[in-house]
Design a protein around this ligand. Structure first.
Ligand SMILES: Cc1ncc(COP(=O)(O)O)c(C=O)c1O
Length: 442
């Protein structure tokens, strides 16, 4: 083992870890040193089953040869080319390949480096689009309670997770929020999309009436809310949002950073639900999480609204040094090849019934108050320890890791989202780990 891997706790102080209980971690570090397919190997040589595809991103599994080779080749061939006023072939190739698998009508792609950047890009596009069309008063943005749209200022403004917002001042002005769609009293232990709650979409009509449609640029939602602990859209809810947005000339943005690239058993949630947004934000699965990348898909009409004025002028004053970075593009192409060869963008559809039954077999286990599932996503909600919210789920997470499974928790909810290559046997193994953990925690 190389020296780099033999870190001692004293070496850990310089790195301020993101979204981490730093002090707890540094007392008892959980270190991964390698990964292959469905498993990590820890610094003490244990195999850990990846029940979360990293952070909902490693959809094709770990260290897949096509992706590794593509990156190696590209790094030796063209490491970087300026993203502004210059191009390189594979970024165009990638945009075409992405449009080929995108929902019909989403004809253009803008590259970013993360989900957060995709979201802020989409919000800026929406406001600038209306202005380009002569409707410059349309600046308001509508998000949803409990929504997660990354951590940049635009994303936390339209997002609705209190702990991600409350420390950071007044955020963007002119933002309103629809209610979330979590109705445990009516929908607990529903398999798949819940029956009750489509009427919550009508809250958008109330918000539109309050502000007037002429001031609203866009509505942004996750088709399935992930990071808040998996909240599903009630039957018919997304269709209603689409109708209301269309009626009022408001752009509908689907944040597909988690749902994109096969997570629901269809290439995108837009395909799964049969509802096409105007803008779609993605990241994570676009490059299998291997090299940072995000992609914002837009309808032709939106793109074309910018393509006016003198031809030597920049049409959209926005972009990142690493938009369409060649190595990230190579990783994404290797990823798309892997998805295609192995049918991964639709594999979840075959596995979903098995996954659903396995998850719901946890009903009746200690602490479990709800189970939710869709595609290859699952959530097991635990009753909180009175006075110590999140503690029970966090113990479950630590215990699961010690036993050999990576799960993810938010609040008192365990969220599962394995790589799309998972086998039925590995689904059983993952659920057995969770069952044993639930039986062993207080
Ligand atoms: C729906 C959604 N949007 C945006 C993001 C932010 O992505 P990133 O962490 O790549 O900035 C996430 C991350 O989990 C997400 O789930």
């Amino acid at each position: 083992m190389s020296n780099r891997l033999k870190v001692t706790p004293n070496d850990l102080s310089a790195f301020w870890m993101p979204f981490t209980a730093n002090r707890q971690f540094k007392q008892a570090p959980r270190m991964m040193v390698s990964a292959k397919d469905m498993h990590y190997t820890t610094s003490d040589g244990r195999k850990v089953l990846d029940g979360t595809a990293g952070l909902w991103c490693v959809n094709a599994g770990h260290c897949r040869p096509k992706i590794t080779e593509a990156i190696q080749h590209q790094a030796a061939e063209l490491d970087y080319a300026p993203a502004f006023q210059m191009g390189h072939p594979i970024v165009f190739e990638l945009a075409n390949r992405l449009v080929d698998i995108a929902p019909k009508g989403m004809d253009h792609v803008f590259f970013t480096n993360s989900g957060s950047e995709s979201v802020d890009t989409a919000l800026k596009m929406a406001i600038a689009y209306h202005r380009a069309k002569g409707e410059g008063a349309r600046t308001r943005l509508i998000g949803r309670e409990r929504g997660y749209h990354g951590v940049n200022f635009g994303g936390i403004s339209v997002g609705g997770i209190v702990s991600n917002r409350k420390m950071f001042g007044t955020l963007l002005g002119g933002v309103d929020h629809m209610p979330h769609t979590h109705l445990p009293e009516k929908n607990s232990f529903t398999k798949g999309v819940p029956e009750h709650g489509a009427e919550l979409a009508n809250e958008l009509e109330r918000i539109v009436a309050l502000h007037d449609a002429s001031t609203i640029a866009a509505v942004i939602v996750e088709p399935v809310a992930g990071s808040t602990g998996v909240i599903l859209p009630p039957k018919g809810y997304l269709q209603k949002l689409r109708e209301i947005c269309t009626k009022h000339g408001i752009l509908l943005i689907f944040d597909e950073v988690i749902t994109g690239f096969g997570r629901l058993g269809a290439p995108f949630a837009a395909d799964y639900f049969g509802v096409t947004p105007d803008i779609m934000t993605t990241a994570k699965g676009v490059s299998n999480g291997v090299i940072p990348m995000g992609a914002v898909f837009v309808k032709k009409e939106i793109h074309d609204a910018f393509m006016t004025g003198p031809e030597h002028m920049i049409e959209f004053f926005h972009g990142y040094t690493y938009s369409g970075n060649p190595i990230a593009c190579a990783a994404a192409l290797g990823t798309l090849d892997t998805y295609k060869e192995e049918g991964l963008l639709t594999r979840g559809e075959e596995l979903a019934p098995y996954w659903e039954d396995a998850l719901h077999s946890l009903k009746g286990e200690p602490h479990v108050i709800d189970i939710r599932n869709i595609g290859l996503i699952g959530a097991i909600e635990l009753a909180p320890i009175p006075g110590s919210p999140t503690k029970r789920a966090f113990s479950a997470f630590v215990k699961a890791f010690e036993r050999g499974a990576l799960i993810r928790t938010t609040g008192d909810i365990i969220a599962l989202s394995p790589p799309l290559i998972i086998t039925k046997g590995q689904i059983n193994e993952l659920i057995d780990h969770v069952r044993d953990v639930l039986r062993s925690i207080d």
